[in-house]
Every structure is written in C-alpha cells, then in structure tokens.
Design a protein around this ligand. Structure first.
Ligand SMILES: Cc1cc2nc3c(=O)[nH]c(=O)nc-3n(C[C@H](O)[C@H](O)[C@H](O)COP(=O)(O)O)c2cc1C
Length: 258
C-alpha cells in the first residue's frame, strides 16, 4: 500500500511493485486512492492483486469501490478500518480525514456482503476488534498499527498478535504488518501465529533502490534470512514454527534476575 508515498519513489511505481512481487511469486496490494485503473495494470504484470479501500463515509462510493475491485479481478478486497479518523500528518501528503469516518458494524457487514471475494479488515490491534471482524464476516485481518501512522503510542502489531491468535484461532487468516524489516521478523510473526506478513516500507525502499529489480533484491534477501533463521530454530517447514522457539524479553529478565 503506502498509496500516496509509493507513487513518488519511481516512475510507474505500482506497476514496478507488481512486477517485483510477481517475479518473487507473491501478491501485491494497493490502497486508496490510486489511479482508477492502477490495480488493473498491476494485474497485467501477472501478479495477483488485492485492493484495500479506505473507510469512506460515502457508503455508496465505498460499496462501488469494493465491487469494482471484484469486477476488475482482484483476488481479495477490504477496508483499512484504522483510517477512520484519517492518517497522522507527516511523511505522507494524504490524511483522508475529510473522506473517512467510523463505520457501524451493520455498515461494515453491508460492505462485506457487497462482494463475494475474500474480505480483509486491515488495522486490527485489539482482541475486541478482531472479534468484531469475525462478526462482520471477514476472511482475514491484518494485525497492523498502520506503520505508526494511525495513532500515537499504539502497541506494536507483534505484541498484539498472540492474544488475537488465542481469541481467533483458525477462524480467520491472520496477516501481520508494521515493522517487518528482516526475515527474522517474519519468522517471529509466523511463530506467534500469523499466516502471512505484509511489507510496506521495505518494498518502498527496494523500489527506490532499483525499481522492480530493487524490490526483487529486497525480497530475495528477506527470503534467504527466513530460510537461515528457520534452520537455526530447527524448523523444516513453516508449520514447525511455534512460540516455544522464541524467548520473551519478560522471561529473559526473570531468568537473569533468578
Ligand atoms: C507513508 C505511509 C503511507 C501509508 N499509506 C497507507 C494507505 O494509504 N493505506 C493503507 O492501508 N496503508 C497505508 N500505510 C500502511 C501500510 O499499508 C502498511 O500497513 C505499513 O507500511 C506496514 O508497515 P511497514 O512499512 O513497517 O512494513 C502507509 C504507511 C506509510 C509509512
């Protein structure tokens, strides 16, 4: 995503993003707003694309954008509900506070029911909101603090993940983002119950470095780090990863003091 920021890093940044993602065999995502057909052009690179729409106060426009994502072939769509008050100023020229609004559970259900493709609620950081996402009928949530752009002093997504996993179990797919920088961060998230992770700024920096090839380089580096760290913790496959392979800072403190 990083919709406003990403378009400044290189020419045709979203197409370059999709090319890099496709070359590495992973999906690409796009937020709101971007050029009306950008997600279509991204898919022309061969990359599967999912499109996340802002919690627009104009319900008709919200439903139209979600339906448009489905009609245009996106494999999933959804809403970044942590943008209900717009984004914090700084680093990005778009704040969206004029077009976004908190949406009731009923409106979110209406939005979800407007499409048949998998539906993602992005920006969940509490168990209560994860349960609300299940009630709405979401297929997946993104445990995310919007890279710190939503609220000051928000806990990290990695800290929020274990309780959300315990509450949700396998009823929804759990995706995590905000702060993934290395393969070891991916391994930690998977060990704590995430099914997948997203990267924002790492993708942006890769594109800045060398367009789609720069992104592929970043993804290869992270992939190598994932493999290396899995070997080091004794996991042969992703499903081998578990919480016992991690040591919490709290328990480390207790061990040092005892
Ligand atoms: C400058 C900036 C702009 C962003 N704009 C959007 C946006 O328009 N829509 C959205 O869903 N997320 C947006 N995000 C959040 C990203 O989608 C993603 O959740 C976040 O960047 C992941 O964290 P990471 O950058 O640490 O990987 C933005 C993040 C940043 C840093």
């Amino acid at each position: 995503m990083l919709t406003a920021a990403i378009s400044t890093v290189c020419k045709d940044a979203f197409i370059e993003l999709a090319r890099g993602a496709n070359a590495s065999g992973i999906p690409a995502s796009i937020g709101y707003p971007a050029g009306p057909d950008t997600h279509v052009k991204m898919q022309e690179t061969g990359a599967p694309v999912f499109r996340i729409i802002k919690p627009l106060r104009d319900m008709e426009k919200l439903v139209e954008s979600l339906k448009g994502s489905q009609a245009d072939g996106c494999f999933a769509t959804g809403i970044d509900t942590d943008s209900v008050a717009g984004l914090k100023p700084g680093g990005d020229s778009a704040h969206f506070d004029d077009i976004c609004s908190p949406l009731s559970i009923d409106k979110l259900k209406e939005a979800r029911q407007s499409v048949d493709i998998p539906f993602i609620i992005k920006g969940i950081i509490t168990v209560e909101d994860a349960q609300a996402a299940m009630e709405i009928g979401a297929d997946a949530i993104v445990v995310s603090n919007h890279a710190g752009y939503s609220q000051d002093y928000c806990i990290s997504s990695l800290e929020a993940l274990p309780a959300i996993k315990s509450a949700v179990g396998d009823k929804m797919k759990l995706i995590l983002d905000s702060g993934i920088r290395r393969g070891s961060d991916v391994v930690k998230a998977l060990a704590l119950g995430a099914d997948a992770v997203l990267i924002g700024r790492m993708a942006l920096w890769g594109l800045l470095l060398g367009e789609n090839e720069g992104l592929s380089w970043v993804l290869k580096l992270m992939s190598d780090e994932i493999k290396r760290n899995m070997i080091l913790v004794g996991a042969q496959k992703v499903s081998d990863l578990n919480r016992d392979m991690l040591i919490s800072l709290d328990s480390l403190g207790e061990r040092i003091l005892s």
